[in-house]
Write a protein that binds this ligand. Structure first.
Ligand code: AMP
Length: 142
């Protein structure tokens, strides 16, 4: 049996504006914002506005909108951080590594020879996240 979507999850609360986020992009169907515990500078998340716990219960149209936003934001992240490459990942259910149960894609800029850091469990400096978000917004506008 599939676990139902829980509308009290933290990303649903960000979507409702109940808690802040360093937003970089928004359209009718999707939102992108900085991960507060980045595994690389520029670590960005993309989520659908429609409720979905993970990849398997998302509506195809919502998934298509998220894919388009992942590509759009990934291009901007790559430019903003002069990255050599990108890693995109997406987890499903605790066994798959998921900890927040609203569908999301991670975008990580990568540089040759630089490993990702693990989750520190500590929030990044908010001023630094704000600066990174501004850099990505500028790249999106370029
Ligand atoms: P996962 O479900 O394992 O794919 O990871 C959830 C991600 O959300 C982690 O990388 C967290 O650092 C991140 N995260 C948790 N709470 C917030 C928040 N309030 N704002 C932004 N990112 C968050």
């Amino acid at each position: 049996m599939t676990t139902p979507y829980d509308p009290t999850n933290i990303f649903a609360r960000i979507l409702r504006g109940e808690i802040p986020a360093h937003r970089v992009y928004e359209d009718a169907d999707t939102l992108a914002f900085m991960d507060v515990m980045p595994q690389a500078e520029g670590h960005t998340l993309v989520i659908p506005k429609a409720p979905a716990r993970g990849l398997l219960d998302a509506e195809p149209a919502s998934l298509a909108a998220v894919a388009a936003t992942v590509q759009r934001v990934a291009r901007a992240v790559k430019a903003a951080f002069t990255a050599d490459g990108l890693t995109i990942f997406q987890y499903n259910e605790p066994a798959g590594g998921q900890t927040v149960f609203h569908l999301h894609f991670h975008i990580l800029p990568r540089h040759e020879g630089v490993a990702l850091t693990g989750h520190t469990g500590r929030m990044a400096d908010p001023e630094r996240l704000a600066e990174h978000a501004a850099r990505i917004r500028a790249a999106l506008a370029a």
